[in-house]
Ligand binder design. Structure first.
Ligand SMILES: [Zn+2]
Length: 536
């Protein structure tokens, strides 16, 4: 009589216990025979391991062992080879094992053991993966975070899940001393320490991230970049990794992107009614250059993606060259800048131009060469979108002139400029009316904003982790280039003159837009006036 045989390779990790539990569930319905196998590389104290196994079996339902046939085996040798050999010897019909093993660096070894067993097994292999760990983030309980990270089988995914649940945009792991590493999250633009871990846990975390990014872990002294392959439970997110050697060890940063935040409709970004109308009228065109400007981290890429999204179903060929591609956009054919393979912003753009594009997104204009080719594409009937680091709309003119772009080319091809910042939004659960003096009111009047009856202030509650803020929204200065502006540029107007002209056209400055958000109760007065890099 043939018996259905289930083999559970076992290493006493919580994950292999999980695998054992799964296997035990299968035993009764299949009337199977269960084999537990522990393989120790190097010398093993077989008796003590058998004893541990017996002890562990007491955790199974008490009648389980009596009712079913459970074999226990301890072997010495190369783990995956012994598992395969044993599977053949016991005529295993199924192998059930944890996909990850013990904590510490052994986990990596075990991860590859699972792969090798899957590859060489004479029978089907079921890999049991840990559930996503509990996502209760408690910033104050640093010690418990540390302990739980240490004990989980996949601290890397665990940490990522916690970062995601806190809406973090970045995770940083940096050495603080030779023994300790700090784990910090950037949430709503501010860097907060999440926990401190010992160097062993940190090394383990970083190894796991490198593995998830399919990067070579044998060269710790080389800076590396990559994109993490995330499990399906995190499919709405993308994570980019940068690992760099720094004094005291390796440091790692992860950039997190949420699809929900990347593919926002234009209406959700924070444009004022007038700003939104200006942008829509820019997008009704079909050629020329649209620039989204602002400092790093001001949300420019999100804005461009939102703009491109409006063309998504209009039968246009949309291509992009980005450095790097931050997010896969389904309706855009995206190309990565890759200097190692001679794909620069400029050469990539030349290639894209041969792909018969209607719309081109040039990730960022950084030098005169980029500027020239972007403008040339715009002048040849393409709709070009790009970003630029500038302080406000008027200073974009200076930036272009500094790159050697002629007034003629600017006035002939530029059709619109958006400049933006992000401000933190007050937590709606706890915000309350705050102090508001005459001087503050004067600022509203100076910017032509009606003085609000009350302004709201941050308080802090559980919902916002006691920061008083939750989420961010954009503030925008939007200019569609009309004949008046074109003429001014062509006539070599200075940046100051152009700024003056923009204001006389009634286009709100960033400060005015930010004060408008205060008036609406979306942000606080102090947040609005602290927006960095605003020209007065
Ligand atoms: Zn709150």
């Amino acid at each position: 009589m043939s018996v259905y045989t289930i083999l559970v390779p076992f290493d006493f990790s919580s994950n292999s216990i999980l695998a054992l539990e799964k296997a035990c569930e299968l035993v009764p319905p299949m009337q199977a025979e269960l084999h537990m196998l522990y393989v120790k590389e190097g010398a093993a104290d077989v008796d003590s391991q058998r004893h541990s196994m017996n002890r562990l079996l007491t955790a199974l339902p008490p009648t389980f062992e009596l009712q079913h046939n459970v074999h226990r085996e301890v072997l010495n040798g190369t783990i995956h080879e012994e598992i395969i050999e044993y599977a053949k010897k016991c005529n295993a019909n199924l192998i059930v094992m944890g996909s990850r093993g013990r904590s510490g660096v052994q986990l990596l070894t075990h991860g590859s053991v699972a792969q090798r067993v899957t590859h060489d097994s004479p029978c089907p292999v079921v890999l049991v993966k840990p559930n996503m760990l509990d996502q209760t983030p408690i910033l104050d309980e640093v010690d418990s975070t540390y302990v739980s990270l240490k004990e989980t089988d996949s601290p890397a995914l665990d940490l990522l899940a916690r970062a995601i649940s806190l809406r973090a945009t970045d995770v940083h792991i940096d050495p603080q001393t030779s023994e300790l590493y700090g784990v910090r999250f950037r949430i709503d633009g501010s860097l907060v320490t999440y926990c401190t871990v010992d160097s062993g846990v940190a090394a383990h975390l970083m190894h796991q991230y490198l593995n998830l990014a399919k990067l070579d872990i044998s060269e710790p002294f080389r800076p590396r970049e990559g994109r993490l392959m995330l499990p399906s439970s995190m499919r709405d997110f993308e994570a980019r990794l940068t690992a760099t050697p720094v004094s005291g060890g390796g440091a790692m940063s992860l950039r997190l992107f949420s699809k929900d935040n990347v593919f926002l409709p234009l209406e959700a970004l924070g444009f004022s009614g007038a700003g939104l109308e200006t942008v829509r009228s820019m997008l009704r065109g079909s050629e020329g250059l649209v620039l989204v400007t602002g400092p790093t981290g001001s949300g420019k890429t999100t804005t461009v993606y939102s703009m491109l999204q409006t063309f998504g179903n209009r039968n246009r060929n949309i291509v992009s060259i980005e450095d790097p591609v931050e997010f896969d956009v389904p309706f855009v054919r995206q190309m990565n800048v890759d200097e190692r393979h001679d794909v620069s912003m400029t050469s990539g753009l030349r290639t894209l131009l041969r792909m018969d594009p209607d719309i081109i997104f040039v990730g960022e204009i950084r030098d005169p060469e980029n500027a020239e080719i972007a403008l040339r594409a715009a002048s040849s009937g393409r709709f070009v979108f790009s970003s630029l680091h500038t302080r406000d709309v008027a200073s974009t003119l200076t930036a272009f002139r500094d790159m050697g772009v002629t007034n003629h080319s600017i006035s002939g091809n530029l059709i619109g400029v958006v400049n933006q910042r992000l401000v933190r939004k007050l937590c709606e659960k706890c915000r309350k009316p705050g102090e508001f003096n005459e001087q503050d009111k004067d600022l509203f009047r100076a910017h032509g904003i009606e003085v609000p009856a009350v302004v709201l202030e941050p308080v802090g509650c559980v919902e916002c982790r006691n920061t008083g803020f939750k989420g961010r929204c954009g503030i925008f200065e939007c200019l569609k280039i009309d004949d008046g502006i074109k003429n001014a540029i062509a006539e070599n107007a200075t940046e100051a003159e152009l700024r003056q002209l923009i204001r006389t056209q009634g286009i709100a400055s960033l400060t005015a837009e930010a004060l408008g958000k205060v008036r609406e109760g979306i942000t606080s007065f102090s947040e609005a006036v602290s927006v960095r890099w605003i020209p007065c």
